[in-house]
Design a protein around this ligand. Structure first.
Ligand code: BEZ
Length: 173
């Protein structure tokens, strides 16, 4: 089992008003070190922006419980999906995400190195992330909750253990 978060560079999009014009956005590279070094980070990873369970339950509950995570010493809550930066940015806007940081793993490199990249061709999705969550302390993976069924060709999409309440319960215990 992997014990350290993989090294990668995430390609994100950020707003920069100084650019002016109708599309004041620019690329911002974030490395694994930028996100994890010296911090306690809760990560959850899901199969796709704008999909039903991810949008109505998985992301919103982490958003709701953010202050409780903070009170337990968590510096950041990060949602990863194998979607490009444009899609993740728009999903964050649509969801009104103010607390959870939506991190696009557009190439799937981080997810592949995590061993969590799965084929969702049955849905026309291509390669996506299996649902999991993890608590990361200064880059060290302290705990992972991985949904069952990964070994079973990943044809299903269970959502039982990677939820916010399970992670919060772990942190409180
Ligand atoms: C969902 O979140 O409901 C979902 C995720 C992936 C594929 C289909 C649905």
């Amino acid at each position: 089992m992997i014990t350290t978060v993989p090294q990668t560079t995430f390609k994100t999009r950020v707003r920069n008003e100084a650019l002016g014009g109708p599309n004041p956005f620019e690329w911002k590279d974030l490395t694994s070190a930028d996100i994890f070094a010296g911090k306690k980070v809760v990560v959850f990873s899901l199969p796709g922006a704008f999909t039903p369970t991810c949008s109505t339950s998985h992301l919103p509950r982490y958003e709701e419980l953010y202050e409780e995570f903070q009170a337990l010493g968590v510096d950041a809550v990060v949602c990863i999906s194998v979607n490009d930066a444009f899609v993740m940015y728009q999903w964050g806007l649509k969801q009104g995400a103010k607390n959870v940081f939506l991190l696009p793993d557009g190439s799937g490199e981080f997810t592949r190195k995590m061993g969590m990249l799965v084929c969702k061709d049955n849905l026309g999705f291509g390669m996506r992330s299996w649902r999991y969550s993890m608590l990361v302390n200064d880059g060290q993976i302290e705990k992972m909750f991985i949904e069952d069924g990964f070994e079973d060709n990943c044809a299903t999409d269970p959502f039982e253990v990677s939820d916010a309440d399970t992670m919060l319960g772990y942190l409180k215990a």
